[in-house]
Design a binder for this molecule. Structure first.
Ligand code: SAM
Ligand code: SF4
Ligand code: SF4
Length: 360
């Protein structure tokens, strides 16, 4: 079965007794991630391994993708339901043609924080036009600074220098402070942690960017995840702290995914994202919209809810808004907490949705 098939949402969207605003665990809906393409020019081994995402992989046909008009409409409806931040992602979002037009449309929604996650490969060409269109910030994924390791992880032989140029272009265009995401896979790129910390520390030439070290997660069903390849964030913090002492910092806001650590000498900060060793489901305010318009209330969900059907079926904004509120009020997801309790069995038993489709 294609796990991307979504459940149909009844037009009224309502179920008697639904409480609007928070889910069953009392969490509000605040952040929306929209995957605007399921395609990517990289084949990161932890996300889109070549063995699965090869030449004949059935990527979505154009007519199944939400159009920019549909994305902008649904974004407004989400904002009316409490969303205050939208992150465009994918796949590689900068591969979607004329993305600047979509950004302009979203940037015109009042009070919305608008950001994007990219592998940085096209950023040196696009940073200025993205900023001009109204993008506020970017997060760039970068798994190592040394070329052999970086090329091995992206698995398409892409050079690190071009991503660094992209980061510099984003800074020059005013998209800073830039967050740099590094997924740490033990035995593959853990040797790249310290060089990364040194390079982006405030004392260096590349000051002001915040590196976030991410635990390798069991997203999707194709990356062959094993627990022993996860390097716990506590180890990352200890490793960096031995060279540059770190102090724990308070979160910027409720539901912040990264745990913040400041350099004791004033050299800026790093973040660690520990979804495997320290589940943060209790404060999870995130919702995801897949490339073809299905809504997922958890990164590890097995089934989405078909919003595209409602958008194309002539339903009013009010009806769709009610459907969103109803879906959220029924949400009780806490996959990472369960995985922590049951470790790998849960991960291998479930058929999960791929991150490139659901939006990282
Ligand atoms: N292509 C863009 C990029 O790489 O930044 C956006 C999409 S990507 C799916 C979003 C983020 O998910 C990236 O920072 C990536 O490193 C992260 N990611 C993908 N697979 C992961 C995994 N198995 N564990 C942890 N993070 C992962
Ligand atoms: Fe592409 Fe991003 Fe996944 Fe890497 S992490 S394969 S760049 S979508
Ligand atoms: Fe949120 Fe699901 Fe991740 Fe828990 S596992 S933090 S509920 S997305």
């Amino acid at each position: 079965m294609d796990a991307r098939r979504a459940a149909t949402i009844p037009a009224s969207g309502k179920i008697a007794g639904d409480a609007v605003g928070v889910d069953r665990r009392g969490r509000p809906m605040r952040d929306l991630r929209i995957s605007i393409t399921d395609r990517c020019n990289f084949r990161c081994t932890y996300c889109m391994p070549k063995t699965v995402f090869g030449r004949d992989y059935p990527f979505l046909p154009r007519e199944k993708l939400l159009s920019f008009e549909e994305i902008a409409r649904i974004a407004r409806i989400f904002v009316a339901q409490g969303i205050s931040k939208i992150r465009l992602t994918g796949g590689e979002p900068l591969l979607r043609r004329n993305i600047e037009r979509l950004i302009e449309m979203l940037a015109s929604i009042p009070g919305l924080e608008l950001t994007l996650t990219t592998n940085g490969s096209l950023l040196s060409k696009k940073a200025r036009s993205l900023r001009d269109a109204g993008l506020q910030r970017v997060t760039v994924s970068l798994d190592a600074l040394d070329d052999p390791t970086f090329r091995k992880m992206n698995d398409v032989d892409f050079p690190v220098a071009q991503v660094l140029e992209g980061i510099a272009a984003a800074e020059a265009a005013g998209l800073a402070p830039i967050k740099i995401n590094m997924v740490v896979k033990r035995g593959t790129n853990d040797h790249a942690i310290l060089p990364m910390a040194r390079y982006f520390r405030a004392a260096g030439a590349n000051a002001g960017h915040i590196v976030r070290f991410i635990e390798y997660m069991d997203v999707g069903s194709s990356n062959g995840w094993k627990l022993d390849e996860v390097m716990p964030s506590a180890e990352v913090v200890n490793l960096i702290s031995a060279e540059f002492p770190l102090i724990a910092s308070d979160p910027n806001y409720l539901g912040e995914v990264a745990e913040r650590w400041r350099y004791r000498d004033g050299g800026g900060e790093i973040g660690v994202i520990s979804s495997v060793t320290q589940a943060f489901c209790a404060n999870c305010t995130r919702v995801r919209l897949s490339t073809d318009g299905s809504l997922y209330t958890c990164l590890f969900a097995q089934r989405g809810h078909d919003l595209r059907g409602l958008l194309r079926g002539g339903q009013s904004d009010a009806v769709i808004g009610d459907a969103l509120a109803a879906l959220w009020s029924r949400r009780s997801d806490n996959y990472s907490e369960l995985r922590t309790a049951q470790t790998t069995e849960l991960s291998t038993e479930l058929k999960k949705i791929e991150m490139s489709y659901i939006g990282g």
